[in-house]
Write a protein that binds this ligand. Structure first.
Ligand SMILES: [Zn+2]
Length: 284
């Protein structure tokens, strides 16, 4: 028996030491959640993951390489395969299989009744503008710096939350798209801080979100700051975590001063607070 254990430990040792492993933390997330994918082993020449029909490059770190995995707020529950292909400096290539579990999320619901005239219809030129802006944003969210630029997320303001992530609004009996961000009840003019370091990829005015700033944090991760009163940075600027990017306002489709803070990961709408706690616990 002792000899068998000896064989098991020392016989496999060279293999294990070389192999490395793929880790996903946490293994199960709700729709709207995020997880950290980590390759533990020698820093690879290149590590590419395949998840949910997309290819993602892991960013090299001292311990191996990392990438963020996300589940859209409307993602279907189930077990999603994740494969990681590692190319070593020696030229050796190996693929590791793993999976992530996406659970149904239970987000709060809010029923509102408004006079139909306030809900729709919209003038043709407004619909045209909305369509144009949607295309610009889709384009913007589909391109990103390959390296992950952030290692932590901080709150953009220190005010109470007035509307949580995922809130399902049912307007006149018709479900609207879920709330893809967090609203803070911040007074007009409150400085808004960059929640992480990144590049300003949008600074302008949009129909729904009014004066808006979008930061690119790499690996398809973006943060969005909406309904601002004024914009304090312009496209192409590099911001550090905590830098003031604008002031709280009520621009766009808004009924009063507040900050809407959202995060997109490869086009998926994810919970900024959940990402903040994940990175606080699991330093990438
Ligand atoms: Zn909002």
């Amino acid at each position: 028996m002792r000899f068998f254990i000896f064989l098991l430990v020392f016989g496999l040792y060279p293999l294990l030491a070389h192999a490395g492993s793929v880790e996903i933390v946490p293994r199960a997330i709700p729709a709207g959640g995020t997880a950290l994918l980590r390759w533990n082993g020698e820093t690879p020449a290149l590590a590419v993951a395949k998840y949910n029909g997309r290819l993602l490059y892991l960013s090299p770190q001292a311990s191996g390489a990392v990438a963020l995995l996300g589940a859209d707020i409307d993602a279907a529950a189930g077990s999603y395969p994740v494969s990681v292909t590692v190319s070593r400096a020696s030229g050796e290539i190996e693929t590791f299989q793993s999976f992530i579990e996406i659970r149904v999320a239970s987000y709060p619901e809010e029923r509102l009744t408004l006079p139909p005239s306030m809900v729709s219809p919209k003038a043709a030129d407004i619909l045209k503008r909305i369509g144009r802006e949607r295309a610009v944003l889709k384009d913007l969210f589909s391109t990103s710096t390959p390296a992950l630029l952030l290692d932590s997320v901080a709150l953009p303001v220190r005010d109470p939350v007035s509307s949580p992530f995922g809130l399902r609004r049912i307007l006149n009996g018709k479900p609207k798209s879920p709330h893809a961000g967090i609203d803070f009840r911040s007074p007009l003019g409150t400085p808004v801080h960059a929640s992480a370091s990144g590049e300003v990829v949008f600074s302008g005015e949009l129909y729904y979100t009014g004066k808006t700033i979008i930061l690119d944090h790499g690996q398809g991760l973006f943060s969005i700051y909406a309904h601002l009163d004024s914009l304090a940075c312009s496209g192409g600027e590099l911001l550090s975590q905590g830098d003031v990017l604008g002031k709280v306002g009520s621009s766009g489709r808004s009924t009063g001063p507040h900050l809407h803070w959202g995060v997109k990961l490869r086009g998926d709408r994810v919970d900024p607070m959940a990402l903040m706690s994940l990175l606080a616990e699991e330093k990438p």
